[in-house]
Design a protein around this ligand. Sequence first.
Ligand code: COA
Length: 396
Amino acid sequence: MATLRCFSRVSQLYRYGSAVGITASRVQSSPLIRATPVRLMSALSPEFEDAKARLGTLKEDPGNEAKLKIYALFKQSTTGAVNTKRPGMMDFVGRAKWDAWNSLGNMSQGDAQKAYIDLINSLVKEQGGPEPEAQAESGQKYQNLLVTCEDGLRTITLNRPKKMNAITREMYDEWVAALDEAAADPKTVVTAITGAGKYYCSGNDLSNFTNIDMSKIHELAKDSGVLLERFVSAFIEFPKPLVAVVNGPAVGVSVTIMGLFDAIYSTDAATFNTPFSALGQSPEGCSSYIFPKLMGFAKASELLMFNKKLTAHQACELGLVTEVFPDATFQQEVWPKLKAYAKLPPKSLIYSKALIRDVERETLHKVNVAECDRLVERWTSEDCMNAIMNFFNRKN
Ligand code: COA
């Protein structure tokens, strides 16, 4: 098994969200990978997407045997039976992986997906991680978030991959509670927010506005305003380093609050979009104040008023994103960086953040209140109601 040394780091499990375990340069050169492009993830079940995301929560290396099995099941699920030649004698790793894949014979893609999901769940469980069902059973407080904390790095994963991690009312509350918990925990040095599945987050769950008693619409809008104000305040007040690990497209409030984060690391597959005016709404998350400061009025208006969707590289050029990584190596590159940050002296980080941010704190709270007041009015407008109805009727 010494020949499989390239499987040596757990972080390498992240490539394609799967256990392929080879470095970026090998990805480009591997005939196996070139010959068998991975299918679009949308062809796969949400449970499979969820398992892929949970793979990233493994804390320990599960060993080569398990990794080969994960690799084989991933390939069988996404591509079907082996359709390439066995790699040459000298490509030990390629041969081992090909053999593992080939050993699955004609197993159907559906069965392979099921086996993949079962295997990941059992590995996560073995290492003491929460199972999706077990989370609720064991009284875990979050239904829509996965929270882990290791060696000073706390990771909050938005975990509604079937709905592109859209934020429900309950999830806003959970997110605030998770931030409070991170702030209070002396062992947490750095907090990272990321998304399960192919999206980072699709913003406010638009069904928050549906199935409502229209006679209570103003009351509901007011309550939503209070909730949003509390949510944004939690970011303004968060005292420790907060980093977004943007694993895929980000929409709406998940983008606007980025101005309150300390660093944003993004895959080059992500996009950044705040379609407020298309939805009859208006900006929140203090973006109406922070974005023009970051990128100038002309660029901020294009984003916040004219629904422009930015690529990750454009967002980086405009100062919204800290650094962009190739999608194939994103997870391998970002997490070690954050682990290293989490080893820095906590007090120094907290005091530095306070010095950088405190001058603006009062202004940010005022901006937050003004943005929420405007949204309370917008949410009851005909523009907004029509746009939301159009969204939910778009598939008919
Ligand atoms: N609110 C409510 N449901 C959402 C959602 C959101 N913000 N984002 C995604 N979903 C749901 C979809 O309704 C769909 O549910 P269904 O399977 O029950 O039909 C599911 O998530 C998958 O989304 P779908 O639209 O089928 O995927 P897609 O890849 O074609 O498009 C998005 C993904 C994010 C581009 C699209 O769903 C979208 O535009 N969502 C709204 C984003 C938005 O406007 N957010 C608010 C900003 S203020």
